[in-house]
Design a protein around this ligand. Structure first.
Ligand code: PMP
Length: 397
């Protein structure tokens, strides 16, 4: 039966982790995988999450099935985080939110839903984008094409190129946009650029799918959510995927959500009924624990304040590491790397070539992806000097 099944290539980033694990160099540093680590190099357990765990454990409950679209209070909290508690959309009942298996699960629910709504649409993703965007939308049955995004020469976003590509797209095209902390480049659009994107979406009849995997990692929860609100003001229907993997450090719990903005409440009810079928036929209903943790934190003013503070600590630590990396590079004789502090989120497009990234791995045991992406959220005071020196050595010779 399976004798003709071909060997699939290993996942590029997870393959890198395997290689890292096998590396015997004591100074090795893994900047390949997109996971935030604290100042001691550990994956943090947020204090607000630990407190929520204790509360849940203190009153153990039976584990019944959840509703198909998940915990209702969780859904409400997600809506308020993403669209703002005072959003008229929420009052009008125009947003459908379903609990999902992380940001990936949310994207897949959205892709499957859209495959039903507009089966012939093309999907546009940024050049470059998170690798799974291409794979996920292709698997869902769409033809995936790309719009210009990264401007390597200017170290920023090619806004004019991006707008030109969006303007050339056929009506109904689904445009996947990184709401904040663009992965892998770290370059986001300015508010005025977003307005140009929204113009192109509205005038071209495009379907925007905002991928929000890092809300709170750029400027703050409210500030990062402003992009979604800008869409809400002008675009009648669009989709937003949310991930709490990073913002709650709940990677393995698979907590996220898909929100679909509809024209009115009646349309929202119909969309929800279809979304429920997508969920029901995939995994029936979502798991309880991760969403219960997020719900507990967001519903309790004290825990919520603690979360906001802890998210701020993660954000500030990443920013401090960016500065230390640039300073370390300058100290090692490499100038002109200041663009690393212009970037936001967990990643930096270092500007290194594939060959340089491979040398960095082979000679210095510093692991980043071949595209030149490094996870600055994995830097700390113990490794940043070594990483700076290693990058400098590779750049200098
Ligand atoms: N979208 C983007 C842009 C991401 O970077 C990631 C995570 N690397 C995801 C979605 C998926 O998030 P999750 O791990 O919650 O599935």
């Amino acid at each position: 039966l399976f004798s003709r099944v071909e060997q699939a290539p290993p996942d590029a980033i997870l393959g890198l982790t395997e290689q890292f694990k096998a590396d015997t160099n004591p100074r090795k540093v893994n900047l390949g995988v997109g996971v935030y680590q604290d100042a001691t190099g550990k994956l943090p357990l947020l204090r607000c999450v630990a407190a929520a765990e204790q509360r849940l454990a203190a009153t153990p409950t039976a584990k019944g099935y959840l509703a198909i679209d998940g915990i209702p209070t969780y859904g409400r909290e997600v809506k308020e985080l993403v669209f703002g508690a005072d959003s008229p959309l929420l009052e009008q009942g125009r947003v459908v939110t379903a609990q999902a298996l992380g940001g990936t699960g949310a994207l897949k629910l959205g892709a499957d839903l859209m495959r039903q709504v507009t089966p012939d649409a093309t999907v546009l993703i940024s050049t470059p984008s998170w690798e799974n965007h291409l794979a996920l939308f292709t698997r869902a049955g769409f033809t995936v094409e790309k719009y210009r995004y990264y401007d390597a020469a200017r170290k920023g976003v090619d806004v004019d190129g991006m707008i030109e590509d969006l303007r050339a797209a056929a009506p109904g095209t689904i445009v996947v946009l990184h709401a904040c902390c663009h992965n892998p480049t770290g370059y986001d659009l300015a508010p005025a650029d977003w307005q140009r994107v929204i113009d192109a979406v509205v005038e071209g009849g495009l379907t925007a799918f905002l991928d929000m995997a890092y809300q709170g990692f750029s400027q703050g929860i409210e500030e990062d959510g402003a992009v979604v609100r800008a869409f809400a003001e002008r675009v009648p229907s669009f989709l937003v995927s949310t991930s709490f993997s990073k913002s709650f450090s709940l990677y393995g719990e698979r907590v996220g959500a898909l929100s679909v903005v509809c024209s009115d409440a009646a349309e929202a009810a119909r969309v929800l009924s279809q979304l429920k079928i997508v969920i029901r036929t995939n995994y029936s209903n979502p798991p309880t624990h991760g969403a219960a943790l997020v719900e507990t934190v967001l519903e309790d003013p004290e825990l919520r304040a603690q979360w906001v503070a802890e998210l701020g600590e993660m954000r500030d630590r990443i920013k401090a590491m960016r500065t230390k990396l640039v300073d370390g590079l300058a100290a090692a004789g490499v100038e002109g790397m200041g663009y690393i502090t212009d970037q936001v989120g967990m990643f930096s497009f270092s500007g290194l070539t594939k060959e340089q990234m491979q040398r960095l791995r082979a000679e210095y045991a510093v692991y980043g992806t071949d595209t030149g992406r490094i996870c600055v959220a994995a830097l700390n005071d113990d490794n940043v000097a070594y990483v700076s020196e290693s990058i400098a050595a590779v750049l200098q010779g």
